[in-house]
Design a protein around this ligand. Structure first.
Ligand SMILES: Cc1cc2nc3c(=O)[nH]c(=O)nc-3n(C[C@H](O)[C@H](O)[C@H](O)COP(=O)(O)OP(=O)(O)OC[C@H]3O[C@@H](n4cnc5c(N)ncnc54)[C@H](O)[C@@H]3O)c2cc1C
Length: 371
């Protein structure tokens, strides 16, 4: 790293890497330069022009760098990256990178997909550079995009999160969507959304609570019981394990799990199912509770909640309100989205705004110097 580059009079610093918790108090002095950089990408031209130093060569940092250089081609740009450039872009979506969400090309409601940031991002933020702009940008830079409608073939459930010691009944803590049962727990869109919205409260409750799942949200409890009674009537000679009303949309293994939970012998015939059991199966289908025992052990979170408070930066420029010429973009900010391309969109938008502002400032310095 050419340390001298950092100290010319017109140096902009963009932080796009998650570092110390107190990143907003970042004071950049010679003594405090503690970058653990194993890969530095530099596209600077020799000379005394203005310089931009970008810490973190992820989505936000690289997008901002390219944008700044587009606006101010004479700008010296240095990207400091401790690992591999754009590593998350490469691995996301199983290598296909869900870089934005095509359902929000008109931007209405887009901010509502950010558990941290939903209020602040309602303003001009996505109007400056939204999903459609992102798609245009990538297409115009030679990246072939495919818009894929997410086909939800899985039945939907309604899941409600209730955490220990936290008395909140926020609408966000009730979600509808597909749920997947794996050998290590529950996942799928509905669970990921609940953990995104509940991230802070989950932390404060030490990841302890209950999840109440309505497995047949579109069917009234009385109709659920009625379906069970009809099934008992029509398939009286079948074993409980081997069949169940198709309208419940369950897989056989999960049906067996429910019967086991009810303490029912799956080998017994439907004909022998008591009315009491019909009621209790019906109730279980409408409110199946699961204990949340702790945090996942695999460190497979997609995004970090927390970061530089949005009150400390201007979202029109991404510049720090505390330290001039210091910019932030991406996950280093207290912004995180639910899954579905929203986190990358935040990185592109923040990077674009910061890059534009830095490029314009660099150009204005040039004009002043030329006078
Ligand atoms: C497995 C996985 C899949 C994902 N899939 C999706 C998806 O499909 N859609 C979506 O929208 N989002 C997805 N995300 C989230 C998305 O990748 C991030 O929100 C996005 O990359 C954030 O961009 P960023 O530039 O802010 O941070 P990052 O991409 O994390 O970039 C920050 C960079 O800074 C570097 N760095 C950190 N500290 C230092 C330091 N001290 N010095 C120098 N460099 C440093 C890091 O090595 C990193 O390269 C996924 C995340 C993961 C982990």
């Amino acid at each position: 790293m050419d340390g001298a580059v950092l100290w010319r009079c017109s140096v902009f610093l963009l932080l796009s890497a998650l570092g110390r918790r107190n990143a907003s108090r970042f004071v950049f002095t010679r003594q405090q330069r503690r970058f653990n950089s194993s890969s530095i990408c530099c596209c600077s031209e020799k000379g005394n022009g203005p310089s931009l130093v970008v810490v973190g060569g992820g989505a936000a940092g690289v997008y901002a760098s390219v944008r700044a250089k587009e606006v101010a081609p004479h700008l010296n740009v240095l990207v400091i990256e401790k690992g591999k450039l754009l590593s998350k872009v490469r691995i996301s979506g199983g290598g296909r990178c869900n870089l934005t969400n095509g359902n929000y090309l008109e931007k209405q409601g887009l901010a509502g997909n950010y558990p941290r940031g939903n209020k602040e991002l309602q303003g001009s933020y996505f109007n400056i550079h939204g999903p459609q702009d992102t798609m245009n940008w990538f297409s115009s830079h030679g990246v072939d995009l495919k818009q894929k409608a997410v086909e939800i073939t899985l039945p939907k459930v309604k899941a409600k999160l209730k955490l220990d010691n936290i008395c909140k009944t926020l609408p966000e803590y009730t979600q509808m969507g597909a749920m997947l049962v794996t050998h290590w727990g529950l996942t799928g869109p509905v669970v990921l959304r609940l953990s995104a919205w509940g991230a802070r409260d989950l932390f404060f409750s030490e990841y302890k609570g209950n999840l109440y799942v309505d497995l047949v949200p579109d069917v009234h409890i009385e109709d659920v019981k009625d379906s069970l009674v009809q099934h008992r009537h029509h398939l009286a000679n079948q074993k409980l394990y081997s069949s169940f009303p198709a309208e419940f949309g369950l897989v056989k293994r999960f049906w067996r799990y429910l019967l086991d939970r009810e303490g029912l012998d799956g080998d017994q015939l439907w004909a022998s199912l008591s009315n009491k059991s019909v009621n209790s199966i019906g109730l279980l289908l409408k409110q199946c509770s699961f204990r949340i025992a702790g945090k996942g052990q695999f460190k497979d979170e997609f995004v970090t909640a927390g970061g530089v408070p949005l009150s400390e930066i201007s979202l029109r420029t991404m510049e720090s309100r505390i330290q001039p010429k210091l910019f932030f973009a991406g996950e280093v900010l207290n912004i995180d989205g639910i899954t579905g391309g929203f986190n990358f969109q935040n990185a592109w938008t923040g990077g674009y705004i910061a890059g534009t502002c830095i490029g314009e400032l660099a150009s204005s310095y040039n004009k002043v110097e030329a006078l």
